[in-house]
Design a protein around this ligand. Structure first.
Ligand code: 6PG
Length: 252
């Protein structure tokens, strides 16, 4: 099930994402006693993390029941400006009363391969047989990548591992990423996409995902039993809104 929700501004995307994050959390905790979430990296989630760090949201969930993982991590120290964990920590988690053991960051300082192996161990110890995130936040790059699953890289075809080292083509910086088997086992995937520069890739993915599944890894995120919502601001949705009526595709 794929839902597309367009909101006028990135701040309204952040507000909607925060509300859905809390709603999914209350449902998960009521049903299973805990809430397992994978956070997105990059810059798009910053307004969401900043909002969740505000006093009005700090008591929104029983944080001792909430477990936060990361969809991917750049292999830099946690306090590095490029660290995905660092972004969430600075904008949100440093203001939250959440047990440190519930923050399952990728320990890149141990070296990429070791970090990926330990992250996989931690995921399997947490989930057991099958990974079952209640919610995974994802972004999308202009090249169609999501997490650190870049076009034409080994991560696109990985079917066994839950976490692995991967690189953006031409980039030396190693990254550790969740793989598609984990993303597609999620109960709920929430793509957060804002800004005019994402309009083309959003349109390509939403208009014809099957056509682009090889070229655009984000089009391969189709949870077999879960739901996907594309939460877009108007600039990111602008091309798709214009073309979907002529192509007759559905959409919110
Ligand atoms: C990362 C992210 C990546 C990100 C997209 C979009 O570590 O870079 O996980 O998948 O979501 O590149 O990045 P922006 O939000 O900065 O546009």
């Amino acid at each position: 099930m794929v839902e597309v929700r367009v909101l006028p501004t990135e701040q309204e995307v952040a507000q909607e994402a925060a509300e859905r994050f809390v709603k999914a959390g209350r449902e998960a905790i009521a049903a299973r006693g805990r809430y397992a979430v994978a956070l997105a990296g990059g810059s798009t989630p910053a307004p969401l993390y900043r909002l969740l760090g505000e006093p009005a949201w700090r008591e929104a969930l029983p944080w001792e029941r909430v477990h936060l993982f990361w969809g991917d991590e750049r292999c830099v120290p946690p306090d590095h400006p490029d660290s995905n964990y660092g972004l969430a920590w600075r904008e949100w988690l440093s203001r939250l009363d959440i047990p440190p053991a519930n923050l399952h960051r990728v320990r890149c300082e141990e070296g990429p391969e070791q970090a990926a192996a330990k992250y996989e161990e931690e995921l399997r110890a947490f989930f057991g047989e099958e990974p079952a995130f209640d919610l995974i936040f994802l972004g999308v790059g202009e090249d169609g990548h999501t997490a650190s699953i870049f076009p034409s890289t080994p991560a696109v075809l990985e079917t066994r591992r839950w976490a692995m080292v991967n690189h953006r083509l031409g980039e030396a910086l190693p990254r550790v990423t969740l793989t598609l088997p984990v993303l597609n086992a999620a109960r709920y995937v929430l793509f957060l996409v804002t800004g005019e520069r994402k309009a083309v890739v959003v349109c390509r993915i939403l208009l014809d995902p099957t056509l682009h599944r090889n070229a655009l890894p984000a089009a391969r995120v189709r949870p077999w039993a879960g739901m996907v919502t594309w939460l877009l601001d108007a600039p990111a949705a602008s091309l798709w809104l214009r073309l979907r009526t002529s192509s007759g595709t559905e959409g919110a």
